[in-house]
Structures are given as C-alpha cells and as structure tokens.
Design a protein around this ligand. Sequence first.
Ligand code: AMP
Length: 284
Amino acid sequence: METLSSVEEVRRHARAWRCAAESIVLVPTMGNLHEGHLRLVEVAQETGARVVVSIFINAMQFGQNEDFATYPRMIEEDIQKLSGYRVDLVFHPEPQAVYPRPLTETTRVVVPELSDVLCGAVRPGHFTGVTTVVSILFHIVQPDKAVFGEKDYQQLLLVRRMVADLHMPVEIIAVPTVRAEDGLALSSRNNYLSAQERPLAARLYDSLCKARDMICQGNDDYRAIERASRERLKAGGFRVDYFAIRRGEDLSEPAPGERDVVILAAAWLGKARLIDNIRVSLKN
Ligand code: AMP
C-alpha cells in the first residue's frame, strides 16, 4: 500500500493500471476512519479492481461556522487501519494540490434543486462542495467505480445525478449503513458526543424505525408522522434540523401510498450533528 500526496504520482499509477487493462475503484473519505468506511473498502476490494482510498478534508463543503478546523485529523491511525486491507493506494493530498486557486475562484460542479433541500437547506453550499471535490477526485484518479455509503443518502443521490448528467464513466456502488450495536450510525462526528450523550444518540435511529413501522402499518399521513417524530426527538434532547419522509428516488414529496420512500433525519445532540436515514419499500 502506497500513500501519495501528489496528483501527478496518482495519475502515473492510474495510467499504468489502465494500460495493463486493470480497473480502478475509488473510496472517497475525509479520514478518521471507522467500521463504516472500512466496510466501503471491503466492498471496493470485492470488485477485484485496484483500490484507491482518498483521505481529504474538503474545506469547500464546510460552512463558515462549521467544524472544518476541529474535524478529526488522524492520518497515521487511518493508514494503520487501511494496512489491514488490500488497498493499493492511499491518496492524501494537501489542500493546495486539490485547490490551487482560492476556493471562491475555483470552478464548481452544481447539481441544482437536489442540493438545496434537507441538508442542503440548512447547510447552503455544502453539496456543491461535495460534488465539486468528488468530480475533482474522479478526474485525478479516473476510477471505473466509486463506493459511497447510504448513510449520506442525499449525497449518494447527488453523486449519482452528477455522474448521469455529466456522462461520467463511473459506476457508483452504494453500501448499507454500518451501525453500532444500539443502532447509532457510525460517523466521524460521533466523536463529538459526550459520554452522557452517547447512549441517547441511538434515539435518532429509533425515531426512524418508529416512523417506518407506522408507514408499514398503513399510516400514510406522512406530515403527521414527521411532526410526531420531531416532537419525540425534541423530547429526547435533540435540536432537530429536519425529519422528513421523501420519495427514495429523488427526495421529492411523496404522494400518499407512494411505495418507495426514504425517512431522513438530521438533529443535533450537544455539539454533534447526526444524520441518518432508512428506506421503506412497501410491497403491494
Ligand atoms: P466521510 O468520511 O464522512 O466523508 O464519509 C466517507 C464515505 O463513507 C461516504 O461515502 C459515507 O457515506 C461513508 N460512510 C460514513 N459513515 C458510514 C456508515 N456508518 N456506514 C456506511 N458508510 C458510511
């Protein structure tokens, strides 16, 4: 496993692999790796392609008052964790290598509408930062496939949309959310939870499961379910950004009786902003 920070060197490796008719799979991350990221790496390995893991904390996707400065940076530990896997290359560039120009002057990749709802509504510009950096990474590594987690469901849809709209020759592979035993979705931001808050955090997943059960029992008053779920989270000590039941395909408002929905929530517990979602597919 090689760790490279230079764009040119990564390109050189990618070129050599392609010349040898080998395919490439990319796993983009911001580091502070946990079992969720490592599951993505396993799925990447299973494709049989050359595996590239990028570790890059992308300033463009953080808002002014967000946690860019304090986001956990654990590169030594991350490399140690990845050494247990069949990873060919870790790409860990300096910010300057990815964005040679000031961010305000840098070309952006914007997915309209889908970027502006849910997390996009409370974090303006966030998803443009995500699609821009993913696009840059795709241009540098030129992977055949890329692996993303369903935990960031809106992000997954946006990347799929960008790839389709821009005819990028990259297959997007989605990996189900990896959870702690109590159901909490693993996340780098779980580090911000205090020892007292940590057991309470699982209530976010519980609230999604309760909403799913109501839908499965035939309740299609989605607005009422959303309201009740928000109240339950508030009573559990959360500050709720949103709790929403949307069409799984495009996050638009579902009509009553819609068969394929996703329940998404984002809420703060102390200093930690947690997001999670579950899909509900109703059989006839
Ligand atoms: P991040 O480092 O938070 O940008 O995440 C990098 C990738 O890991 C994204 O595709 C995430 O969706 C994915 N990911 C993060 N947490 C999980 C999890 N608990 N289960 C599955 N995938 C995850």
